[in-house]
Design a protein around this ligand. Structure first.
Ligand code: NDP
Length: 315
């Protein structure tokens, strides 16, 4: 028996799970709390997604829980403490989404700099016949700063080579053998960058690290691109910086409160907004679904998933 926390981002995965296991979907129960109280003790395996997460309250209602298979690479919304308390292992889907998330970072970067979404609105409004669309900033050949040079960050760096960009990065530690310039603080990286791309993990250690100071270091010619987590950016500070044009623009796939981006953002033309869709292609979502299934099968067969969240693997 498998407990699904909610419906998965790919309907075919709901069907695949239902075919392979006896599945109950918690969010579909008429009274989820009552269901947990009555049947929680029957489940050893649970499936969720990075976006839905998994709260301590649910983990604590599942006394026999052994393994969680999560759809996605972010694990900031899974309650680590509650999972570790019970020694629950956690599988996730790293690697298979790097290309599409990096593609999205570049889509947002090009859109923000060249004004593509804004120009689309301009043409549809019929403004083209009344005058010219303003000229924009060149993207190729510029300095790209990557905050979080991990799997996705290094895929962004490879794309930057095709745009003749110079790349620098900031992580907590420099990467041995990396061809890219390491800057020991985010502030220095922002000061150096024309484009600051956020691909660092979310969670407590990165909460609001992109602050007013970092945005001011990026400066009035600089663009911020965030495909990681909304929590990494102080969104109120970003709104002010965009309103006062203390940075040139931004491209955002993620927000502090999803699906409710700050209303002030909706009124601004110097920001491109996407509804957390960076991994949302048929190919990538299928590959993520396959890894969710594979992790579950592997755990059941061997006691270890194929891809395990680092703090889970360390226990
Ligand atoms: P990785 O773990 O490979 O990379 C994360 C990077 O962040 C590492 O280089 C790490 O370096 C750095 N980092 C983490 N914490 C800090 C910190 N406090 N200060 C500085 N650097 C830090 O993860 P992925 O590349 O696979 O994924 C990155 C994130 O992208 C995910 O955590 C997820 O939240 C987000 N994501 C968003 C998607 C979307 O749809 N928009 C889709 C998929 C992922 P170090 O440990 O050396 O500091």
């Amino acid at each position: 028996r498998v407990l699904q926390y909610g419906k998965m981002p790919l309907p075919q995965l709901d069907a695949d799970l239902a075919q392979a296991y006896e599945v109950s979907i918690l969010s579909e129960q008429p009274d989820p709390e009552h269901f947990l109280a009555e049947q929680g003790a029957q489940f050893e395996y649970l499936v969720t997604s990075a976006a839905m997460g998994l709260p301590a309250r649910v983990i604590q209602a599942l006394p026999k829980l052994k393994f969680v298979s999560s759809f996605g690479v972010g694990f900031d919304a899974l309650d680590r403490e509650a999972l570790q308390d019970k020694g629950v292992r956690v599988g996730y889907t790293p690697g298979v989404l790097d290309d599409c998330v990096a593609d999205m970072a570049f889509a947002l970067l090009l859109d923000a700099t060249r004004g593509l979404s804004e120009s689309d609105r301009f043409v549809r409004r019929g403004d083209w016949s009344k005058g010219r669309f303003g000229i924009r900033t060149r993207a190729s050949g510029k300095r790209l700063g990557i905050f979080g040079m991990g799997r996705i960050g290094s895929t962004v760096a490879r794309r930057a080579a095709g745009f003749d960009m110079e790349v620098a990065y900031h992580n907590r530690r420099p990467i041995e053998g990396s061809p890219h310039h390491y800057l020991p603080s985010l502030l220095e990286l922002a000061r150096w960058s024309d484009f600051l791309v956020i691909t660092a993990a979310g969670g407590d250690s990165t909460q609001h690290l992109v602050s007013t100071d970092v945005l001011d270091a990026l400066g009035p010619q600089g663009f911020l691109i965030n495909v990681a987590r909304g929590s990494v950016v102080d969104e109120a500070a970003l709104v002010t910086a965009l309103q006062q044009q203390r940075i040139a623009g931004a491209g955002l796939d993620v927000f502090e409160d999803e699906p409710r981006p700050k209303p002030e953002l909706l009124a601004l033309d110097n920001v491109v907004l996407a509804p957390h869709i960076a991994s949302g292609t048929h190919e990538t979502r299928r590959a993520m679904a396959d890894l969710v299934l594979h992790n579950l099968q592997q755990y059941i067969a061997t006691g270890r998933p194929a891809a395990e969240v680092p703090w889970s693997a360390a226990q």
